[in-house]
Design a protein around this ligand. Structure first.
Ligand SMILES: Cc1cc2nc3c(=O)[nH]c(=O)nc-3n(C[C@H](O)[C@H](O)[C@H](O)COP(=O)(O)O)c2cc1C
Length: 192
């Protein structure tokens, strides 16, 4: 069997992003568990705000096609999203919206979402840790027919959660992240 490939996508471009740091911590755990991990930045896949006229005129941007194909080259995907006003930031929603417009000839619509497992995580300085953003993201991905695993991770008080290596410091956080990582690996393996 080929190595299990996991893609980690942080939903923030901000320097020092708490979510990018959580993505780094998760990528480390996936690697420790034996998965082949790719951690990307959405800065490498810039996309305009979705506009149907733009799609009609110019088609789906190459960056959306490339990102969709990168997802398609992995068995499992972790999206780590900030929470903006109780929901996902525009960067995350807009990226998913464009991904749903990509249609590769040999695939049915939405196949890239249906054929692999997704996990979701969030980091916030608040007590809720971005849990409302996770509820929104789960709903959005479910609308795309994605298989979103039950375990998720909302990291509370994220400003104080990491060490200098961007690993989690507190045992409860380490345990919750580990449970999500193990479940994504397990479900992804079963869907291979
Ligand atoms: C427009 C905006 C809205 C926000 N709304 C929330 C919110 O609803 N809940 C929350 O926990 N944090 C909220 N925050 C704070 C973000 O969680 C915080 O800025 C976080 O560090 C952003 O993620 P990042 O560090 O990965 O960029 C908001 C921040 C911005 C800029």
């Amino acid at each position: 069997m080929s190595a299990l490939k996991i893609l980690v996508i942080p939903g923030s471009l901000r320097t020092g992003s708490l979510n990018a740091r959580l993505a780094a911590a998760a990528a480390y755990e996936f690697a420790q568990a034996g998965a082949e991990v790719s951690r990307i930045s959405l800065a490498d896949f810039p996309l305009p705000i979705y506009d149907g006229d733009l799609q009609t005129k110019s088609g789906v941007p190459k960056n959306a096609v490339n990102l969709k194909r990168m997802i398609g080259a992995h068995h499992g995907v972790l999206i780590v999203t900030p929470e903006y006003n109780g929901s996902v930031p525009p960067l995350v929603k807009n990226t998913i919206d464009w991904l749903t417009r990509v249609h590769d000839a040999h695939e049915t619509r939405g196949q890239v979402f249906r054929d692999r497992a997704f996990a979701i995580a969030a980091a916030s300085e608040s007590r809720l840790g971005g849990a409302r953003s996770l509820a929104s993201l789960r709903l959005i991905l479910s609308a795309c027919h994605a298989m979103v695993i039950p375990n998720q991770f909302a990291l509370s008080f994220a400003g104080e959660a990491y060490d200098d290596m961007d690993r989690l410091k507190h045992s409860a956080d380490i345990e919750a992240l580990g449970a999500m990582v193990r479940q994504l690996i397990d479900v992804s393996q079963r869907m291979m």
